[in-house]
Ligand binder design. Structure first.
Ligand code: NAP
Length: 273
């Protein structure tokens, strides 16, 4: 391509948590020499305003990855906008074409970054998932569901697990999680996973991000995960912290998807020459 990979992030409105996430993504992109741009659109943007920006980025050869920071303000149709992003630039992996391709086991499909991060943490730390029981708590579209699909894949590192997905309607959650070799909590509620729910030696991956009041913290609140960290750390074989852990790895996976997209663009251009 003769240029660094390019990532464009669209942020609609002024949700403070989204602004922090976007800043982290941009900082990382800049640190690794990627070209990154932030398009800030006002909260009262119309579907047409956002679609116009997406169309422009789809057509821009300098852009390899387009990310619409979610959630977007109420009243806008998130799915319609996600589907407007070219599947070849959908580095978040939320376009139905990428979901379908990933489900079919196509290795080069973009997979959502947080599930990829969870899988990568486990494989990087030497957890062999083949035949192991992974209990995912949470069936959200962003984490739980795509993660289940990823860990179920046949063959390859980080696949071949036996996966159970639990949610708010699951009966006796503790009985389910106690059978897990690996627990992944993706709920968004503090203390969902307590020590009595964890088999000794199990690995616990905490995806949740929850702001809780804390009179001793400078801002009067702090971030925690879904897991009762101190007590669970006594029982678990391994545990990820919040903040840290899955969050930074998710950003790394976004960078990886963007680099992959740039490589795919080079490959497709060279076949046209
Ligand atoms: P989501 O779509 O709202 O899904 C939450 C899931 O938790 C739902 O399936 C819900 O069940 C389930 N749930 C709620 N209460 C429960 C309970 N008491 N017991 C068992 N399951 C329960 O959320 P998400 O987008 O997947 O995100 C989950 C968390 O991960 C949030 O805290 C989010 O901020 C965080 N997150 C972190 C990162 C990162 O980079 N670290 C990235 C993405 C998300 P139902 O389906 O029955 O309602």
């Amino acid at each position: 391509l003769g240029r660094p990979p390019g990532l464009s992030v669209i942020l609609v409105g002024d949700d403070p948590a989204s602004a922090v996430y976007v800043r982290n993504k941009q900082r990382t992109a800049e640190r690794i020499g990627m070209r990154s741009e932030l398009l800030r659109l006002p909260a009262d943007s119309t579907m047409g305003d956002i679609a116009l920006e997406i169309d422009r980025l789809n057509a821009d050869d300098n852009v390899d990855g387009i990310l619409l920071q979610l959630p977007i303000p109420d009243g806008l149709e998130q799915q319609v906008l996600v589907e407007r992003i070219s599947p070849t630039k959908d580095v978040d992996g939320f376009h139905p074409i990428n979901i379908g391709r990933a489900m079919a086991g196509e290795e080069d499909a973009f997979v959502p970054c947080t599930p990829r991060a969870v899988q990568r943490i486990l494989t990087d730390y030497g957890y062999e998932l083949r035949g192991k029981h992974v209990v995912i708590v949470g069936r959200g579209f962003v984490v739980g569901k795509p993660l289940a699909m990823l860990l179920l894949r046949k063959g390859g590192a980080g696949g071949d697990a036996t996966v159970t997905v639990a949610h708010s309607r699951s009966g006796d959650l503790a009985a389910i999680t106690r059978t897990a070799d690996v627990i992944v909590a993706a709920v968004g509620r503090a203390n969902t996973i307590t020590a009595d729910m964890v088999k000794p030696g199990a690995a616990v991956i905490d995806v949740g991000i929850v702001r809780v009041p804390d009179a001793n913290a400078p801002k009067g609140s702090r971030l925690v995960g879904d897991v009762d960290y101190d007590a669970v750390a006594e029982v678990a074989g391994a545990i990820t912290p919040v903040p840290g852990g899955v969050g930074p790895m998710t950003v790394a996976m976004l960078m990886q998807n963007t680099v992959t997209s740039a490589r795919q663009r080079i490959a497709s251009l060279s076949t046209m020459r």
